[in-house]
Design a protein around this ligand. Sequence first.
Ligand SMILES: Nc1ncnc2c1ncn2[C@@H]1O[C@H](COP(=O)(O)OP(=O)(O)OP(=O)(O)O)[C@@H](O)[C@H]1O
Length: 228
Amino acid sequence: MTATATRTGLTLSGVTLRYGAGDTLVTALDDVDLTVEPGEVVAVAGPSGSGKSSLLAVAGALITPTEGTVAIGGTDVTAAGPARRTELRRTGIGYVFQASNLLPSLTARDQLLLVAHLAGRVTREHRDRAAELLDAVGMTAKADRRPHELSGGERQRVGIARALMNRPALLLADEPTAALDQQRGRDVVALLAEQAHARGTATVLVTHDEGLLDRADRVVRIRDGRMG
Ligand SMILES: Nc1ncnc2c1ncn2[C@@H]1O[C@H](COP(=O)(O)OP(=O)(O)OP(=O)(O)O)[C@@H](O)[C@H]1O
């Protein structure tokens, strides 16, 4: 990584995303500009169909926008080839989903170590990092439990730790509190913010829960694909 890369989180410039063509043409994102600094938590709020999932898909290098550029950690992903994009998705981006998407047969600790295992060999450093992250999300005492032995909030905490395992420049969270009650939802967002600030991770949190917005550093609103 270059010096520039370490200072950059996520930058979307003039991003437009259209689905379909002719009569079925939908403009899901319309000339969107968004910058998320390292360590900053930006909440994206908007009604159903406003373009929130489309924004995450573009920011996560899953979909190439029709127009505009997306840079993650200083790398222009819209100019990168498929192999580089795949590599960036694996190493530069952490994802937290609506439900934690943990593997049923693995303990909390092994959910984290699986990330290292898939990338190659599990080293002592990986084990130390998994232990540090489980501690950071308050799950050390339950590190040997499997998902069915954890509450919904605890599963999300493990999901957050797992998403941070690769030290991503960018963390994308898609309605991470959808399965939780109000208080647990607030706790999970507070944890996301705490970790983003401590680790310098640019974080985008998509939510339609207005009660969670005060935990973000900044709130951006999207409507009909336009950010305002
Ligand atoms: N694959 C697709 N093909 C065609 N249109 C799509 C596709 N995906 C999304 N859209 C349309 O793009 C617009 C934005 O959808 P998007 O899923 O980004 O909204 P959202 O804000 O995430 O909605 P929700 O809160 O309901 O999940 C909507 O009009 C939607 O119908």
